[in-house]
Design a protein around this ligand. Structure first.
Ligand code: C2E
Ligand code: CA
Ligand code: CA
Ligand code: CA
Length: 275
């Protein structure tokens, strides 16, 4: 007779192999340049809290898979990092955003700053960081209006490597922001060594501003911290007026979120900027 345990066991191993197969499929596709046909860049406006003027846009990648549908960057970016595919992806994001923003004449007049997400891991691997430097060097006018949002999926192990490349990229005119500040691995002692221009407060704190006193304290502290360092603060994931009022009262400089605009394709961005 069959034991109950057998069924469960095959059920789990079946699930696991499905996951492994899915991952393997994404790996294979991410290694091919064909994947770029299905990538798209979307843009989310960032606003000044004091006068609600648009200060810039953040570029976010989209993978619209012909068979699997929408694949979130939160799912495929870590895989791309693991297999060393990020340099090619970042190159694609930077050149595609530049092309689209140029063709629509949104840069340099209407949009003064373009934020690009770069994994901390990429800045920490000598060869990959050099590659990134090369891309911006080839696109020097664009580099001058770009700001890199350092996204941490893992700790910046060797801060000196990152520091060296941040400095060399700053020489090209790039600005730097620490993304998801408060949730990542950037400690206060790292902060004093990193020449960054902005702290970006993670959405998870903004989410709980209305319900959690501790989140209010953290948000206020990060804004003060940025202020004391003489750098800017921006809040991500702002979804309602109450959150905005709290941020304004704390002296936060900028905000981004569904309350103002969702990430949108270049055509919608053009309309948004014209309105
Ligand atoms: P992130 O940089 O923290 O981006 C913010 C995420 O929050 C985006 O999700 C954005 O669409 C979403 N968002 C913005 N406003 C709101 C809001 O008001 N409410 C809610 N609920 N969500 C909001 P997305 O586009 O799925 O990106 C997820 C993450 O993937 C990014 O987090 C970033 O870490 C990574 N990523 C996206 N594009 C790139 C890229 O080109 N390169 C790299 N290295 N990473 C990227
Ligand atoms: Ca970001
Ligand atoms: Ca973020
Ligand atoms: Ca976040």
């Amino acid at each position: 007779a069959k034991k109950i345990g057998d069924d469960q066991c095959s059920f789990f191993s079946h699930e696991l192999s499905e996951i492994a197969l899915h991952r393997q499929r994404l790996i294979t596709e991410l290694k091919s340049t064909d994947v770029f046909q299905h990538f798209k860049t979307v843009y989310q406006p960032q606003l000044s809290i004091s006068d609600q003027s648009i200060t810039g846009v953040e570029v976010l990648i989209r993978w619209i898979h012909p068979e699997l549908g929408f694949i979130s960057p939160e799912d495929f970016i870590p895989i791309a990092e693991d297999i060393g595919a990020m340099p090619n992806i970042s190159r694609w994001v930077i050149t595609n955003a530049k092309k689209e923003l140029n063709e629509t004449n949104l840069i340099p007049e209407k949009i003064k700053r373009v934020s690009i997400n770069i994994s901390a891991r990429e800045l920490n691997i000598e060869e990959q960081a050099q590659n990134l430097h090369q891309v911006f060097k080839e696109n020097l006018d664009f580099a001058k209006i770009c700001q890199i949002e350092i996204t941490e999926t893992t700790a910046i192990y060797d801060i000196t490597t990152s520091q060296k490349f941040i400095e060399s990229l700053k020489e090209l005119g790039l600005k730097f922001s620490i993304d998801d500040f408060g949730t990542g691995f950037t400690s206060l002692s790292n902060l004093k060594n990193l020449p960054v221009d902005e702290l970006k407060i993670d959405r998870s704190f903004i989410d709980k501003i209305e319900t959690e006193n501790n989140s209010q304290i953290i948000v206020k502290s990060v804004i003060d911290l940025a202020d004391n360092f003489g750098i800017k603060s921006i809040a991500e994931g702002v979804e309602n007026e109450n959150q905005l009022i709290f941020l304004k009262n704390c002296g936060c400089d900028e905000a981004q979120g569904y309350y103002f605009a969702k990430p949108m394709g270049i055509e919608d961005l053009k309309k948004f900027m014209a309105a």
